[in-house]
Design a protein around this ligand. Structure first.
Ligand SMILES: *Cc1c(COP(=O)(O)O)cnc(C)c1O
Length: 483
């Protein structure tokens, strides 16, 4: 039987296939789609994957979640397009998710060698291909509306640029993105890609996306943010590759535990790690690394999920300036309230209405998430600068400020447990080229740019601008630019 998905909030557990959840994004009851029956990899599968190139591992793992919705040969062809050497030009020997050891047993896994220099390419490149395939066999068109705080925008645009039958309208806040990030989006403007600047912050832009979709005229707009199941499903494979590389490089054997430290805000990337673990990868801890917006750190350590004020604090790891961790709802459905969508809904509604919810209100221990293998730490601007310098001094490599939050937390844990020999892999979520100002602050200089990004700021394109909350202006732009 092929894999099926249900909404985290649906008491009837009505099942849908992969193609449906791919195109739909959020469920109509505002829940998120999760598998109904979780697949598992056998020891034989792991033995086979041990020597496979990343793309083949990806197709095996992702194929478990695509099921019969797309024929296997076509899944492989699409993965080859999504992760080609043209798109990952700096990859050595085809390894687009390589590990580097920084000090004994502490590794960084590079996930950001794709077209836009952030790990979001690892999922969105494939998502674009899958969506195109689904449309191709139906003759339909798809218009997607998204909001970005920086990296999702360019990654989604690079993935969907020029794809037939599809249009992408992307909202970005007037302030907050780096010049590099703006130039990346400007470079991709045109054809089926339309950028709109909102006079307001990211939350205001995100709210306009949600509000417009409540209008029946726009109910069918697709989603590219990580509420889309296909995104987190596509990310699980690099944990398997990371595990295999960490075991090989540390001289351990299959079955030995590995910890992953994940810079995250939306719980998306770390949930992809939870998926890998559910498939049977011997991961011990999944460690959430937050910046000053440490909602998830508090949640994991105290059991209380608490929103802070109306908006996130602006930090120098801006892609993690998030106070509402959408994908945490998937973790609720998987581990906290299994087979109990009513409790998921009640927990989430309490949070949405009051800005605060504790596990104890549901008769669960405060350390429930830690019992399920999660752990956490938090980092500050000063920590980021120090971790950038430390990594550069140790190994001569440059990490970006988000990865630096991860390295900070990984080092705190190693310092607290000096005899623990478990290998630790820290996910590197972006390239320093996107955040040169902070690199300069840390090192006194910015690392040399990869050739493909030299001079990108010449792409200065005027985005259309609308006021925050002006839904009729947004509606008109969507009508004018839909597929
Ligand atoms: C999006 C992003 C993150 C956070 O990803 P989650 O989906 O919240 O896990 C971290 N670092 C960078 C560079 C990003 O672009």
């Amino acid at each position: 039987m092929s894999i099926e998905y249900v909404s985290t909030r649906d008491p009837k557990q009505k099942p849908y296939d992969y193609n449906f959840v791919l195109m739909q994004g959020l469920a109509p009851d505002r829940g998120l789609y999760v598998p109904n029956n979780w697949p598992k990899l056998s020891e034989q599968d792991f033995t086979t994957m041990w020597n496979l190139p990343y793309i083949d591992t990806l197709v095996r793992v992702n194929g478990l979640f695509v099921g019969d919705s797309i024929p296997k040969e076509e899944q492989l062809a699409m993965a080859n397009l999504a992760f080609s050497s043209e798109k990952f030009p700096e990859a050595i020997k085809g390894n687009i998710v390589p590990l580097t050891e920084i000090e004994n047993g502490l590794f960084v896994q590079d996930l950001s060698g794709g077209p836009t220099a952030a790990f979001k390419d690892m999922a969105l490149q494939l998502l674009g291909q899958h969506m195109k395939h689904v449309l191709g066999s139906s003759g339909d068109t798809l218009t997607l509306l998204g909001a970005t705080s920086g990296d999702t925008g360019s990654a989604a645009e690079a993935a969907l640029k020029g794809l037939l039958g599809m249009a992408l309208i992307m909202l970005s806040p007037e302030k907050g993105m780096t010049e590099f990030q703006k130039a990346q989006m400007a470079q991709l403007s045109g054809d089926n890609i339309f950028n709109i600047s909102v006079r307001g912050d990211f939350d205001a832009a995100q709210k306009m996306v949600k509000d417009l979709k409540e209008d029946p005229e726009f109910a069918d707009l697709g989603a590219v943010n990580s509420i889309n199941w296909a995104r987190v499903a596509a990310q699980a494979a690099y944990y398997i590759s990371g595990y295999i590389q960490a075991i090989e490089m540390s001289g351990a054997k299959f079955g030995d535990p590995v910890d992953f430290v994940v810079p995250t805000g939306n719980f998306g990337n770390v949930f992809a790690g939870r998926i890998a673990k559910k498939l049977g990868v011997p991961i011990r801890n999944l460690v959430v690394a937050t910046n000053e917006n440490n909602v998830l750190h508090e949640l994991i350590q105290t059991g209380t999920y608490r929103k802070r004020g109306n908006r996130a604090i602006e930090t120098t790891s801006p892609s993690m300036d998030i106070t509402n961790a959408s994908n945490y709802e998937r973790e609720l459905a998987l581990d906290i309230f299994p087979d109990d969508p009513k409790s998921v809904r009640s927990y989430m509604e309490t949070f949405e209405q009051t800005g605060r919810v504790a596990l104890s209100e549901f008769h669960l221990a405060d350390d429930t998430l830690r019992k399920h293998g999660f752990d956490s730490g938090t980092s500050t601007h000063a920590d980021r600068l120090e971790s950038i310098r430390w990594t550069h001094t140790k190994r001569g490599i440059f990490i970006d400020p988000h990865t630096a939050d991860g390295i900070t937390v990984a080092r705190q844990r190693r310092f607290a447990n000096p005899t623990d020999r478990t290998p630790v892999v820290c996910m590197s979520t972006a390239r320093p080229v996107k955040f040169e100002e902070t690199m300069r602050e840390a090192l006194g200089f910015a690392p040399e740019r990869p050739r493909r990004f030299v001079g990108i700021e010449k792409h200065l394109f005027e985005f259309a601008t609308i006021d925050a909350g002006d839904l009729s202006a947004l509606a008109q732009h969507v009508r004018d630019h839909q597929a």
